[in-house]
Design a protein around this ligand. Sequence first.
Ligand SMILES: Cc1cc2nc3c(=O)[nH]c(=O)nc-3n(C[C@H](O)[C@H](O)[C@H](O)COP(=O)(O)OP(=O)(O)OC[C@H]3O[C@@H](n4cnc5c(N)ncnc54)[C@H](O)[C@@H]3O)c2cc1C
Length: 191
Amino acid sequence: MAPTFIPGSSYDIIVVGAGLAGLRATITAAQHGRKVLLCTKTTLCSGSSFYTQMDTLHCQGVLSQEDKAVFLADIENASQGMNDPYMNRYYVDHINDRIREFPQMGVDYQALPEPKLACFAKHPHALFSWTDWAKIRANARSILAGYPNVTVMERVDAASILTQAGAVSGMVLRQEQGRLLCRKEAPPPRL
Ligand SMILES: Cc1cc2nc3c(=O)[nH]c(=O)nc-3n(C[C@H](O)[C@H](O)[C@H](O)COP(=O)(O)OP(=O)(O)OC[C@H]3O[C@@H](n4cnc5c(N)ncnc54)[C@H](O)[C@@H]3O)c2cc1C
């Protein structure tokens, strides 16, 4: 079936995926006044970030300035040279700030009272957990509905990216009923 352009479906930014990364990107872009489409092939708050088969998910934060080096060594030890050192460093430098932003996305988290061993780490670090997937999803839905410049499409698969003159010009999105075509708007001129 040939793609159909849906009138009015022009966006500055199309975010693919509604896990933590997609939610963060959508809200940040919306706060900067961009017209955003958030699409996910499943539901809002899905993917590994909201893994419903687990009672709870944890995120490891750093305990202190000193813990940064210990945490970094834990990551490097676990990754055995397969991680990007820049990203490792970025994680330990920024993760606590990012966790504090979770409520902006509807993710109510709890800080565990004591540092704890988790996942790959050989040392205990600060742990933050979230659960109650239905409540988080309802929170996120209501937060996103507060942005008139955000459209959410669930059960829509990003099938391919269209390019023109080396730049992204649109995206083919596939629904069960057929295919939709969304065109990305040209960015506003720089002043
Ligand atoms: C079982 C499990 C347990 C984990 N536990 C932890 C933990 O305790 N602590 C921790 O820090 N990390 C954990 N991780 C890793 C962590 O969950 C991920 O690194 C993180 O959630 C990734 O976030 P994300 O937003 O990039 O992707 P995800 O949360 O995976 O979201 C991906 C999104 O993209 C959508 N999508 C994918 N393809 C398409 C497409 N073609 N079109 C449209 N939508 C699409 C999906 O539907 C989904 O919404 C765990 C991972 C797993 C699998």
